[in-house]
Ligand binder design. Sequence first.
Ligand SMILES: [Fe+2]
Length: 279
Amino acid sequence: MKVRPVNLAVGAEITDMSIANITDDEAKQVHDALMQYGVVFFRDQEMTPRQHADFAKRYGEVPLAQKASFGVDANAPEVSTLEYDRERPPNVNHFHPDGLFREHPEFASVLYAKEVPEIGGDTIFVSGHAAYEALSDRMKQYLDGMQAQNDFMKLHSRPSKKRSWKGEGGKGMAAARDANPPVEHPVVRTHPVTGKKSLYVCESFTSWLVGVPEKESNHVLSYLFEHLSLPEFQYRFEWRNNSVAFWDNRCTLHYAVADYWPAYRYMHRCSIRLGEKPV
Ligand SMILES: [Fe+2]
């Protein structure tokens, strides 16, 4: 297999490797590349939902998918199905690391493109580490040791998420809400493997800086959200059918560009947990 960085801030492409037929040695090299680049991309992967879940299981615990915002694959209960069309407009166009609202956020996600629009529907990945490094020393000092409150409902009470609460998915949403009351995490997260620091807040979930007056919290957070959206920290990945992105939620954010409605987009996703609490 070959690993080629695609950007100075984040991301590498892995070629000459089949996820469905991966060896132990290749799996280790994929993990090394993931640690170094934050997200790794693969093209032209043929894999069943079962093989997708088995790949994810090499790296941690893969929980069963819950029917809530997304569906569940009939053949592999660990695989979430993300489906968008005229009736279900794309609505994940916000920067976030997956699971920031959980006490033990998922470590990584593996997203597999089954059917993507002819044009549009890219995903933007952001290096939380590059964003942190670009802050002034004074701002780094200010944020050092600070906690933020993160809230599932900050995102999921938005009008754009209304349809998640309808029908059968609504039960899953209510369960996710009840299982994830607002939680505090450090604003700057230290990566458990690389030791690198990353900004670990996002507009979707982060509601307050703990111990800071409300107006100050609002202004500092809106500055950090704007800072995190700068192109210097981004790589924009153009999907094709059978592309895969495998990202580390501890040091990256992502944004699904919602520019392709009413075209159809269908993806499979597995989440990987390690039971870690951000530090
Ligand atoms: Fe996500």
